[in-house]
Design a protein. Structure first.
Length: 123
C-alpha cells in the first residue's frame, strides 16, 4: 500500500507542477476563470468538517505553494483550499480538470488577444 501511496503523491505533484509550469510559461502566478465556461467543481470542508460544493474561480501558485479559490454554491462565499492539506487542492481528478480549465482559459485569452491585435499576441 505504501508504494501505491507514493505513486498517487507523485502523480499529484506532477499535475500541480504542470499547472505551475503552464501558468509560469505565460508569466502568471495566478489565474481567474470565467465562471460561465465549463466550471470545475470541488468539495471544500469547513473548520467544523462540513462539506460544501464549490465552483473553482481561480488558482495561485508559487514555487512552494498551490491555492485553489472557489465560490461556495449556496452562499456564494469565496473559500480557499491550500495544498497539501485541503481536499480541494489534492484530489487528482479535480487537479486534472483545473489544468484543462487553465488550457481553455489561456487559449481563449490568446484567441481574443490575437483577434484584437490583428495577429500579434501580447501578454
Amino acid at each position: 500500500m505504501k508504494e501505491l501511496t507514493k505513486k498517487v503523491e507523485a502523480l499529484r505533484q506532477e499535475i500541480i507542477g504542470a499547472i505551475r509550469n503552464k501558468l509560469h510559461s505565460y508569466g502568471l502566478n495566478e489565474i481567474r476563470f470565467n465562471e460561465e465556461e465549463d466550471p470545475v467543481w470541488i468539495v471544500w470542508f469547513s473548520d467544523l468538517g462540513d462539506p460544501y460544493e464549490c465552483m473553482v474561480t481561480g488558482l495561485r501558485v508559487t514555487d512552494s505553494s498551490f491555492s485553489v479559490f472557489a465560490k461556495e454554491k449556496s452562499s456564494g462565499d469565496e473559500v480557499v483550499c491550500h495544498s497539501p492539506l485541503d481536499l480541494g487542492a489534492r484530489n487528482i481528478d479535480w487537479l486534472l480538470e483545473m489544468y484543462e480549465a487553465i488550457q481553455r482559459e489561456l487559449q481563449a485569452a490568446k484567441s481574443q488577444s490575437t483577434t484584437e491585435t490583428s495577429g500579434r499576441v501580447e501578454w
